[in-house]
Design a protein around this ligand. Structure first.
Ligand code: ADP
Length: 475
């Protein structure tokens, strides 16, 4: 753990292990912290707040630039740690490190643009101005699927705004978090400004964070279930919250779409990170006239994928994170097949050539999927593309909106007016139009409905860590 600028053990001296999901091998150990360790980290963040928040934005930006440059210098090492601990292929891991570093640079720059306003008053002897100031101590809880960029996506805007932070990463990826904090340490961040707590059981750490009146803000990425629970606890003390939760992204292929472009896009986004992404398409609506060319292209591409350890440069699909995820995905596939879905590709766990050591799932395509199947409603965190054939374009938006989630949606059409109308009617926070990567450090990321509250990245990202103060002057 990293508390008050020092690498420390937990007060009990207990540690827990981190595993390589491709081989099951132990790759490291980290301290297993308690609620009392968490309180120490919160205290350190609290002690550091006055000093850090009174630096100029330019001074804070210098630290973030240094973190950015160290992250780029250490790109290869960070990517290797990520592939070993989280499983994604090295190329994808390198992309994630670059994406993670981008947040440090972007928010170093945004720190300097935390503007206030002057507001006309109705009184001749009065003037109003607003200033924006850091919310205070931030608790950040991050997931395992993007184990480096989800830390910087939260830490960079928080630090840029002048907040101090305590981060608790997922129990499956503590070594990635440690690698990020080694960079913060090397960059010379003042003690207590950024603190890291690792724990095998997240519950007491989360409870300590939410129970502390010192913590003014929770930023969380993970499941809707845990997000809701933490939000309830945060609500009692009226802490600010940003939640980036689950998704069930529709992927609409209209009658006039380019089927090859749409199939190529689906292959890229659906199987990215072995389908373990909250913006991964979970229901693919294909117009009946497009089914043959679209599914043909999809099948051809999917069958070329090599599945295996991410350290092998030919591998495109790595392992699932653990047995639980495998069981959930396999149950969804079985349920769909039992209820009449057609298996176009995949549909099984892969165990040959040493793959039995991890949980590898064959890239899978199901067609004839319908609303009675679990896969139609439950988030699928795996390499399974469920296809629903449709005929009536007038009802497609209604069907796509028929989910409690509202994170990402994708539309493929060559008709500009249709693209606009559909995008406006979809109840999702991020829309890709003929585009599978509608995310960037410069664009706001976040969801509606059960997919969360608030936005990360972009100019909106720093707002989440700022309070607006209104000052009225009598002159
Ligand atoms: P996933 O299903 O993606 O693992 P989770 O919501 O379980 O999503 O995990 C996301 C993050 O939330 C992880 O860092 C995990 O340790 C943390 N977490 C899970 N349960 C709790 C809890 N009760 N209190 C605080 N953090 C939690």
């Amino acid at each position: 753990m990293y508390i008050d600028g020092c690498w420390v053990e937990s007060e009990t001296g207990d540690r827990f292990k981190s595993y390589n999901p491709a081989s099951g091998e132990i790759i490291g150990e980290v301290p297993d912290s308690t609620a009392s360790d968490t309180n120490k980290a919160i205290q350190a963040a609290s002690n550091a707040f006055a000093g850090w928040s009174s630096l100029t934005a330019y001074q804070r930006a210098e630290f973030l630039y240094e973190c950015h440059s160290l992250m780029i210098d250490n790109l290869e090492t960070l990517a290797e740690v990520m592939t070993e601990e989280q499983g994604k292929p090295l190329r994808a891991a390198r992309n994630e490190v670059r994406y993670g570093a981008d947040f440090l640079q972007w928010f170093a720059e945004e720190a300097k643009r935390v503007y206030g306003r002057t507001i006309p008053s109705a009184r001749t002897d009065q003037r109003f101005i607003t200033i924006r100031q850091p919310v205070g101590i931030v608790a950040a809880i991050t997931p395992w699927n993007y184990p480096i960029s989800m830390i910087t996506r939260k830490a960079a805007p928080a630090l840029a705004a002048g907040c101090t932070i305590v981060v608790k990463p997922a129990e499956a990826t503590p070594l990635c978090a440690k690698a990020v904090f080694e960079i913060f340490d090397k960059a010379g961040l003042p003690p207590g400004v950024a603190n890291l707590i690792t724990a095998q059981d997240p519950e007491p750490v989360g409870a300590a964070m939410m129970g502390s009146p010192e913590v003014k803000k929770l930023t969380f990425t993970g499941s809707t279930e845990v997000g809701r629970l933490l939000a309830r606890e945060a609500g009692f003390q009226l802490k600010r919250i940003s939640l980036e939760l689950g998704g069930h992204a529709p992927y609409i292929v209209c009658r006039d779409a380019d089927p090859v472009h749409a199939a190529k896009g689906l292959v890229l986004v659906k199987f990215l990170n072995t389908g373990q992404a909250c913006i991964s398409p979970n229901r693919v609506y294909v117009h009946e006239d497009m089914m043959e060319p679209f599914v043909g292209e999809l099948k051809k591409r999917v069958e070329q994928f090599k599945v295996g350890s991410g350290l092998d440069s030919a591998v495109k699909i790595g392992p699932l994170v653990n047995r639980e995820e495998y069981l959930k995905i396999d149950a969804q596939v079985r349920d769909a097949l039992d209820k009449g879905a057609t298996l176009v590709a995949g549909g099984t766990r892969l165990t040959d050539n040493n793959l039995h050591k991890g949980y590898f799932y064959a890239p899978t395509i199901l067609s004839d999927v319908n609303a009675s199947m679990k896969i139609y409603r439950e988030e699928t965190f795996g390499p399974v593309a469920p296809i629903i054939t449709y005929r009536d374009e007038d009802t497609i938006v209604e069907n796509a909106n028929d989910t409690n989630y509202g994170l990402a949606a994708y539309v493929y059409t060559r008709d500009l007016s249709k693209a606009f109308t559909i995008a406006e009617r979809l109840n999702f926070g991020i829309i890709g139009i003929n585009d599978i990567n509608p995310t960037s450090v410069a664009a706001p990321f976040g969801g509606m409905k059960d997919s969360g509250i608030g936005r990360e990245g972009a100019t909106e990202g720093i707002e989440e860590y700022l309070e607006v103060k209104s000052c009225g002057f009598s002159i």
